[in-house]
Design a binder for this molecule. Structure first.
Ligand code: UT7
Length: 329
């Protein structure tokens, strides 16, 4: 789509809860080892939210930091989009809870569920509202409290995920800057490889669903892995081409943080050494929709992304879904 207005990120923020849980801590919970987790995934630790800390609490903290960085007040926010698969409640939306917590009452607000691709999807939806001139400032957030949906008897999933939130404020930017190109996609035929069976209308919560542990995430890891390696590479290359650029133009990669082997494969496709890739799964694990915005905020605050740089953001997740974009800073 040819944008009517160029749209970019004008501020980012992130929040990761205090409680750090190392692989050695996980060894005490399930039959696993630091060595297995590190060599198969690259993950060294994850952070879990406090019992009384919710997805919207973390999202609001990240949002306020992004608004501060963007120099935008709550009454300037026109729309809030929260990408999450772990909402506080089924109703109301987490975006409405965040709106209240940050004092942006009156703005439009909704959730978007594309699992780990949530932030990139939210960015693209938000971009279109700003590009058309309907809104000026859109707050996009990826936030998750996955620890509430992990089966701590399933070693194949519980060691992988962590909690956190990342946010960005989108607004009009000068022509030639901002989001240059993007791609969103989904393959619903593979929806069942990453799922939470119960709690929806198909299988409402019951004594039986609780007994059968059906309210937790289950995953066919190797199916997701194969899909991820393929799609992270192809989506990254597609957005570079759509932006009219070559691989030599790309300075930095901010990928979804599921597995170091998946990240390395994407970096290789873009001809980027790992020093040009933001990696935080070593400390935070896979935070689903929060992974990309937290990594982006870190890269910006650490000075790894500079004015004039061209950065690829790419992610994939349950659905199965994927998303990618190129940003010119
Ligand atoms: O954000 C999107 C969500 N998820 C992902 O992106 C995950 C994508 N998939 C992956 O990252 C990888 O497939 C995993 C890390 C999940 C698994 O790695 P793998 O190399 O595909 O291992 P596997 O599932 O084939 O399991 C290999 C072995 C099995 O034992 P056997 O059957 O070979 O004896 C598992 O039982 O590793 C065993 N295993 C574990 N051992 C120690 C599985 N989980 C663990 C564990 N600790 N935590």
């Amino acid at each position: 789509m040819k944008s009517l207005r160029s749209v970019g990120i004008i501020g980012t923020g992130s929040y990761v809860p205090e409680r750090k849980v190392t692989n050695f801590d996980m060894e005490k919970i399930v039959d696993t080892s630091d060595e297995w987790i590190r060599t198969r995934t690259g993950i060294g630790a994850r952070h879990f939210a406090a019992d009384d800390e919710t997805t919207s609490d973390m999202a609001a903290k990240a949002a306020l930091k992004a608004m501060e960085a963007a120099n935008v007040t709550a009454d300037e926010i026109d729309l809030i989009i929260v990408g999450t698969l772990t909402p506080d409640m089924l109703l109301p939306s987490t975006a409405c809870l965040v709106q209240d917590k940050i004092g942006a009452n009156g703005s439009a607000a909704f959730d978007l569920e594309t699992a780990c691709s949530g932030f990139i999807y939210a960015m693209e939806v938000g971009r279109n509202f700003v590009a058309t001139g309907m809104y000026n400032k859109v707050l996009v957030i990826g936030a998750e409290k996955l620890s509430s949906f992990l089966d701590f008897e399933d070693r194949a999933t519980c060691v992988l995920f962590g909690d956190g939130a990342g946010a960005a404020v989108l607004g009009p930017v000068e022509d030639g800057k901002g989001i240059l190109s993007s791609e969103l996609g989904a393959d619903g035929s593979k929806g069942m490889v990453l799922k939470i069976d119960a709690g929806g209308c198909k299988m409402p919560a019951s004594e039986q669903t609780l007994k059968d542990r059906l309210h937790y995430i289950t995953m066919d890891g190797s199916e997701v892995f194969k899909f991820a390696v393929r799609i992270m590479g192809s989506a990254s290359l597609n957005v570079v081409e759509k932006a009219g650029l070559t691989l030599d133009d790309i300075n930095f990669l901010v990928p979804h943080q599921a597995n170091m082997r998946i990240i390395s494969a994407a970096a290789k496709k873009l001809n980027l050494p790992l020093e040009k890739v933001q990696i935080n799964l070593t400390e935070y694990g896979n935070m689903s929709a929060a992974s990309v915005p937290v990594a982006l905020d870190q890269a910006i605050r650490e000075g790894k992304i500079k004015e004039g740089d061209k950065t690829v953001l790419v992610g994939f997740g349950g659905g199965l879904t994927w998303g990618a974009c190129v940003i010119q800073w």
